[in-house]
Design a protein around this ligand. Structure first.
Ligand code: NAD
Length: 434
């Protein structure tokens, strides 16, 4: 099939590359000329394991191209997939400006029947609204499809080529059939539903996963007070098939470009129809508070005297294997520390440049290496569970620090890892060692 994907961010680029890998002819469009020039030069503007190899392979095979020319791309394609951003507005509502603009551009470019699918996460009713917006601007025939995306950054290629399920929201049988045919090589698990339900599946899925995280984090906080170990509790819970092991890892809470945005958007979507989503409000509140778990521990250790201390931070991305720092807990934690007179030294294996750009403030010493970051610090906070942190020699680490205090915000280390060291060790929901 001939496909145009609009938006070459984490979702659009990975999707475009994977559709090409399936044997389709794909044109990826972005209005960001810098991104397109980078892609045309054979470079990948984001960090995503395996993406470059697959992009190179499909470009060489003539199945994948990059352009800023949306009109030409649309004219050459039968299926148009929107994967532009829907970032949060201050109210929590999703910003539809990019979707609207792309829809207007598609309407202008129409030259015959097309399937127009929205992969971006959009509030319920958006596909219908966009359908109307295009319909009133072109006489060319088209069908609208809701095609929500469930990939995870860091394993996006694997998730896209082996999805748990594909959800297709459609009100046209033939367009749904075409989309099923497109995705059939990926999985048997294809759910075809009405458009509004498909839009809702995406928000409900993310809200449920966020709920699991906030739930286990509250259990962790209680574990700390009653002397239980949340990792054992989660394991014991997870063997129950109704519960499952995944998303029961206690820590400093979720971040990234999806969970924070989509939970707030769903609260807003519910609010718009006079429904107060009390459970989800609490999930968001718990998550916000959980970020300060690390800071509360630092304050306890230093008797509230943080000013003048040197604190090392390992990990700035919102999770490992990505360079995405949008709504990363590290942003607020570092800001709090700096504002409270702490000398902060920070390091991330991949996300440093993105973090510097988004943080945009002075007062942090940026380091190039894990051990250098910890050098002469009074405490070390681990905020992202990159593999390289788990592999550091803890005796060596202790020897370079001023005080051997380790706050493990992601429960990376086990008790036995710390045997033979003098670390004062705090994690989340597990007994502290000192
Ligand atoms: P992103 O910000 O990384 O990329 C969006 C891209 O769209 C940018 O490159 C931007 O320049 C481009 N763009 C915006 N308007 C355009 C226009 N009119 N024409 C051409 N290009 C345009 O966003 P993302 O993280 O890839 O997310 C895209 C959507 O997918 C969002 O709705 C998000 O909620 C959803 N989603 C994201 C993830 C994820 O893990 N990132 C997972 C599932 C769903």
């Amino acid at each position: 099939m001939n496909i145009t994907v609009i938006g070459t961010g984490y979702v659009g680029l990975v999707s475009g590359v994977c559709y090409a890998e399936l044997g389709n002819k794909v044109i990826c469009v972005d209005k960001d000329l810098g991104k397109i020039e980078t892609l045309q030069a054979g470079e990948i503007p984001i960090y995503e394991p395996g993406l470059k190899e697959l992009a190179d392979k499909n470009c060489s095979a003539g199945k994948l191209a990059f352009t800023t020319d949306l009109t030409e791309a649309v004219r050459q394609s039968d299926i148009i997939i929107l994967a532009v951003g829907t970032p949060p507005m201050p109210s929590g509502e999703a910003n539809m400006a990019y979707i609207n603009q792309a829809a207007l551009d598609i309407a202008e470019a129409m030259n015959g029947y097309k399937i127009i699918a929205i992969k971006s996460t959009v509030p319920v009713g958006t596909n219908e609204r966009i359908h109307e917006l295009i319909r009133t601007r072109t006489s060319e025939p088209f069908d609208s499809i809701s095609l929500p995306e469930f990939l995870r950054e860091g394993s996006a290629i694997k998730d896209t080529l082996n999805p748990d399920r594909i959800v297709i929201g459609a009100d046209s049988g033939s367009a749904a059939d075409t989309m099923v045919e497109l995705h059939r090589p990926l999985t048997e698990q294809i759910i075809v539903t009405d458009i509004r339900s498909a839009e809702m599946i995406k928000y409900a899925s993310n809200a449920f996963l966020a709920t699991k995280i906030s739930f286990i984090n509250e259990i962790a906080n209680i574990c700390e007070k009653v002397g239980a170990d949340v990792t054992k509790v989660a394991e014991g819970m997870g063997y129950d098939k109704r519960i499952g092991q995944s998303f029961l890892k206690a820590g400093i809470g979720y971040g990234g470009s999806c969970f924070p945005k989509d939970t707030r958007a769903l609260i807003q979507i519910a609010g718009n129809v006079d429904y107060e989503f009390k459970l989800l409000r609490s999930v968001v509140e718990v998550n916000q508070d959980q970020r300060f778990n690390v800071i509360r521990k630092l304050e306890t250790i230093f008797n509230g005297q943080l000013r003048g201390k040197t604190v090392a931070v390992w990990g700035l991305a919102f999770k490992p294997n990505t360079d995405d720092v949008r709504d990363s807990p590290a942003l607020e934690i570092i800001q709090y520390l700096v504002e409270n007179g702490v000398k902060v030294k920070a390091y991330d294996p991949i996300a440093m440049e993105n973090f510097k750009g988004l943080y945009g403030k002075e007062g942090v010493i940026w380091c190039n290496q894990a051990l250098d970051t910890a050098q002469d610090s009074d405490a070390l906070c681990l905020l992202t569970e990159w593999d390289e942190f788990a592999e550091v020699d803890l005796n060596l680490l202790q020897s370079v620090m001023k005080q051997a205090i380790l706050i493990d915000g992601r429960n990376v280390f086990k008790e036995e890892d710390l045997l033979g060291t003098d670390f004062v060790y705090y994690s989340v929901g597990r007994p502290s060692l000192n």
